[in-house]
Design a protein around this ligand. Structure first.
Ligand SMILES: [Zn+2]
Ligand SMILES: [Zn+2]
Length: 242
């Protein structure tokens, strides 16, 4: 039902004469300046999408992924959590945020080819019903819808649900974030043998995406690739995750 409402047009409700990020006049939803700042060409670890130096990848992975491989096989982001992408992510929290989230999902979809990945379904990181009710929508579901539309892949929000209310991740340190989300997600057996594209808005320590991916793998998913809008670079302040 929520998706049907979205598909009827959160985007259409947005008036594109002004940039949705900076408010300057624009010919499209985002002005040229902001649009340029949404993506970047930073060198990243293909496994966890963190930025790395030119010689930091060994066998294609960063030191952290080699030491402790995440439960997903790949993470693809639009860009770093800064500049216009950070501003756009913060705007997603506003009343018109649902439309911006879907637009950013579309932008992700245009940026990344899924051809070689052969993804079976797009699954958003779910919100606990209480948070969903308070926020009014799940930003990851809106991003997922944008991605699914660009790539023509089915979106399956019910394949993963949040069974426990968690504290906001932004208030916690790395280890506490892992504990906070532990056991928070449960996946349906429909994921069995599927390659799932798991969608989240911002990845900081990766604790939320990892726990969601673990739930999908436990239920039999063959493979999980993570799609995120913004990757927080280690050592930089963040402020949003879940
Ligand atoms: Zn702008
Ligand atoms: Zn890595």
């Amino acid at each position: 039902m929520i998706l049907r409402r979205l598909s009827r047009g959160a985007i259409e409700l947005l008036y594109p004469a002004r940039c949705l990020i900076c408010g300057q006049s624009a010919h499209d939803h985002f002005c040229e300046n902001c649009d340029r700042g949404l993506g970047d060409r930073a060198l990243r670890c293909p496994r966890c999408a963190t930025t790395v130096g030119p010689h930091s990848l060994t066998e294609g992975e960063c030191a952290a992924c080699r030491k402790e491989p995440p439960p997903f096989s790949k993470a693809l982001c639009l860009g770093s959590y800064r500049g216009s992408l950070k501003a756009a992510v913060l705007r997603m929290k506003n009343a018109s945020g649902e439309g911006i989230a879907e637009l950013l999902g579309r932008r992700w979809g245009v940026t990344h080819s899924l051809g070689e990945l052969t993804v079976d379904a797009v699954v958003p990181v779910p919100l606990h019903w209480w948070k969903h009710w308070r926020r009014g929508y799940n930003q990851s579901a809106a991003i997922a819808l944008g991605i699914a539309r660009i790539h023509g892949v089915p979106i399956r929000p019910r394949w993963l649900c949040c069974i426990r209310r968690t504290a906001p991740q932004k208030t916690l340190q790395a280890t506490a974030r892992q504990i906070n989300v532990k056991g928070a997600f449960q996946a349906r057996s429909a994921v069995s043998c599927r390659h799932v594209l798991l969608v989240d808005d911002v990845m900081t320590t990766g604790a939320t995406s990892e726990e969601a991916a673990r739930a999908l793998r436990r239920a039999g998913a063959a493979r999980v690739t993570v799609a995120i809008l913004a990757r927080v670079t280690v050592g930089e302040p963040d402020g949003v995750e879940l």
